[in-house]
Design a protein around this ligand. Structure first.
Ligand SMILES: CC(C)(COP(=O)(O)OP(=O)(O)OC[C@H]1O[C@@H](n2cnc3c(N)ncnc32)[C@H](O)[C@@H]1OP(=O)(O)O)[C@@H](O)C(=O)NCCC(=O)NCCS
Length: 328
């Protein structure tokens, strides 16, 4: 049987500080009823502390992962971080994480695919295992969204939170692991969801700061329409090509942007809500971290051989899905 890349451990890190809907009522004109009914979010975590960036949360998640899986830092062959909130443009957050964890001189890099980042990074990392090139690959999804959220814009500041999740990939010859994946993108998404300032097109200047270009801007309704269709489409397409029915799927692991989008995806897949991993209520949208954080929260309920469908939609636009047979 061919080598598959199996997740053999998962860990998460969430900052302690909570920002509840009632806290937000004191910052912008909003209320718990609006936020919860439109999104499913009650609270989110915020990373506080001077000069702590995404790498801090990612490194904490990886340190715990190595401990949990009894893995030494020097055994890791490759580390990939999916993020839209890197500490810096360069060096990459993955480079910084390796140093903070004590992983010596391996290849490490970041992947930018916004809320689909973890599926992109997982699919990429898996290739190195499947080819036989590497034995232990760490894939992280981490975002400090509070660093790019405009806390005067009620249409976005209620949606996002900070967090990190990490998985270990190892070879499996019993047919368990990543069975299939889909990745998609459409750059016209820049018109609807973007952080415009600070890149090579609009480098940081007084003007970009005055115009608040270093924050996320989103046209919620247009993004919603794309997300609700594309996330359901990609989940359905991977099920169809692998001849899976709703009954065959043990869990949907959806990106946590909006409970209404998740419900629509589950409906399209023909699966009950009891099979849907959900933690949006506690953490909000942590971008690349939502899927590994779901796996972390539900780890004890997973069984060897369970069929999992991962599905995400995000900025870019990007969207994608993965079919995993759980390995432990
Ligand atoms: C953002 C989102 C929750 C907004 O919900 P919505 O039902 O589309 O709401 P609308 O944008 O139509 O706004 C409805 C009204 O609520 C108001 N509103 C917006 N944010 C509000 C808030 N936080 N509190 C109270 N009222 C708010 C709007 O101003 C608008 O008022 P108006 O009718 O007087 O103009 C929803 O569009 C969404 O989830 N979009 C997709 C997000 C996503 O998936 N992103 C991709 C991954 S990052």
């Amino acid at each position: 049987m061919s080598i598959k890349a199996a997740i053999t451990g998962v860990n998460g890190f969430l900052p302690e500080d909570k920002l509840t809907n009632s806290d937000l009522e004191k910052i912008v004109e909003t209320n718990d009823e609006w936020i919860f009914s439109r999104t499913g979010i009650r609270e989110r975590r915020i990373l506080k502390g001077e000069n702590l960036g995404t790498s801090y949360m990612a490194a904490e998640a990886v340190k715990g992962l190595l401990k949990k899986t009894n893995t030494k830092p020097e055994e890791i062959d490759l580390l990939i971080v999916a993020t839209v909130t890197p500490d810096y443009f360069f060096p990459s957050t993955a480079n910084l994480v390796c140093t903070q964890v004590g992983i010596p001189s391996i290849g490490s890099f970041d992947i930018l695919a916004a809320c689909s980042g973890f599926i992109y990074a997982l699919s990429t990392g898996a290739q190195f295992i499947e080819s036989g090139r590497y034995k232990k690959v760490v894939v992280v999804g981490a975002d400090k969204m509070s660093s790019i959220v405009d806390f005067t814009d009620r249409t976005t500041c209620v949606l996002f939170g900070d967090g990190a999740g990490a998985v270990l990939l190892e070879p499996n010859e019993d047919g368990l692991g990543l069975i299939d994946f889909r990745m998609h993108s459409d750059g016209t998404g820049e018109n609807h969801l973007i952080m415009k300032g600070g890149g090579s097109k609009y480098p940081a200047s007084h003007e970009t700061i005055d115009n608040r270009l270093h924050y996320i801007r989103q046209e919620g309704q247009s993004v919603f329409k794309f997300a609700v269709t594309k996330m359901a489409d990609t989940a359905a397409e991977i099920m169809e090509s692998n001849e899976l029915t709703g009954d065959d799927v043990a869990w949907l692991v959806p990106h946590q942007a909006n409970k209404r989008i998740i419900d629509a995806t589950a409906n399209r897949m023909g699966i009950g809500f009891d099979k849907v991993m959900m933690n949006i209520e506690k953490y909000g949208n942590t971008t690349a971290a939502t899927i590994p954080l779901c796996l972390f929260d539900y780890e004890s309920q997973l069984k060897k051989g369970d069929n999992l469908i991962l599905a995400a939609f995000g900025g870019g636009f990007t969207w994608g899905s993965a079919y995993i047979k759980w390995a432990y």
